[in-house]
Write a protein that binds this ligand. Structure first.
Ligand code: ADP
Length: 260
């Protein structure tokens, strides 16, 4: 915002003044458009499973009322769509909660090894179900960062969950940690389909997906990496994405180490 004082009588500084205020509207218009797009996208994402639920209920109450075999099929479908809506609402709430706290720095001393151990526990059942292995190489001595334990757990849960979703059958997901230049670098590496280069810069945008149908089928909301980006920036960290189509991807989080 720029403010200029224009002296109208041209001579005395005590004369009549006009204050002209110039705003740069480009950025605020862009933010406003982003908010409008976000609400439209979120509504669309919620409306789709809701439409399927309404359709299924109408069929169950009408043509399929006396067909027990159809009941089972429709109940299974309704359960899947309800879970999808529930996951989406959880992710939307997480995002708004992170935004509320965006400007306050998390202050706890957090052992990253403990975070990763917890993530391993949370995600083990899913990896067994998907017939994939998770190999974690954890540090021998604790690696401390300043942060929020629950939010960091969410970051690595989202990354390992993506690695499980987008990797080849029966493949291995590696989680590695290295300490260099006063930073902890934690990588989640998969042997998956990889990501074409032109998509990489946009992956952390809300609802951006390389293949929307595939993401939805795998239970994705399109918000996982947006949540990761917000949490990592709140921790003054960085997210790096390297990927090779047909080979796999490496998502690395760099976090400054806690002071001694
Ligand atoms: P989603 O819920 O769709 O997985 P994310 O925000 O977590 O949403 O990821 C956005 C998109 O990035 C995904 O839809 C997918 O296309 C791509 N992606 C994320 N992680 C990987 C990965 N490990 N391998 C390949 N593609 C990935």
């Amino acid at each position: 915002v720029a403010a200029y004082i224009v002296n109208l009588d041209g001579e005395s500084s005590e004369g009549l003044h006009l204050i002209v205020t110039l705003h740069d509207l480009t950025e605020s218009r862009r933010m406003q458009q982003m908010r409008v797009d976000f609400v439209a996208n979120a509504s669309h994402e919620l409306r789709t499973p809701l439409a399927i639920l309404i359709g299924a209920l109408e069929t169950l109450m009408g043509p399929a009322r006396n067909d027990p075999e159809a009941h089972q099929r429709f109940f299974t479908m309704m359960q899947a769509q309800s879970l999808r809506m529930s996951q989406l609402i959880d992710d939307l709430l997480s995002l708004s909660q992170i935004e509320i706290n965006e400007h306050s720095r998390p202050a706890d001393r957090v052992d990253i090894g403990k975070v990763l151990n917890g993530v391993g526990g949370l995600i083990r059942a899913k990896s067994v179900e998907m017939d994939k292995t998770i190999a974690m190489t954890l540090p021998e001595t604790p690696v401390f960062v300043t942060g929020d334990f629950d939010q960091l757990t969410q970051v690595f849960t989202n990354l390992v969950d993506n690695a499980l979703k987008y990797s080849r059958e029966k493949s291995e997901i590696r989680v590695e940690i290295e300490v260099a230049r006063r930073e902890a670098r934690i990588s989640v590496i998969d042997e998956g389909e990889g990501i074409p280069e032109e998509h990489i810069a946009r992956l952390t945008e809300r609802f951006y997906r390389v293949d929307s149908d595939r993401s939805r089928k795998l239970g994705g909301t399109g918000l996982g990496l947006a949540i990761v980006k917000h949490i990592v920036s709140r921790h003054r960290g960085h997210l790096e994405i390297e990927s090779e189509v047909g080979k796999g991807s490496r998502f690395t989080i760099r976090l400054p180490l806690a002071a001694e």
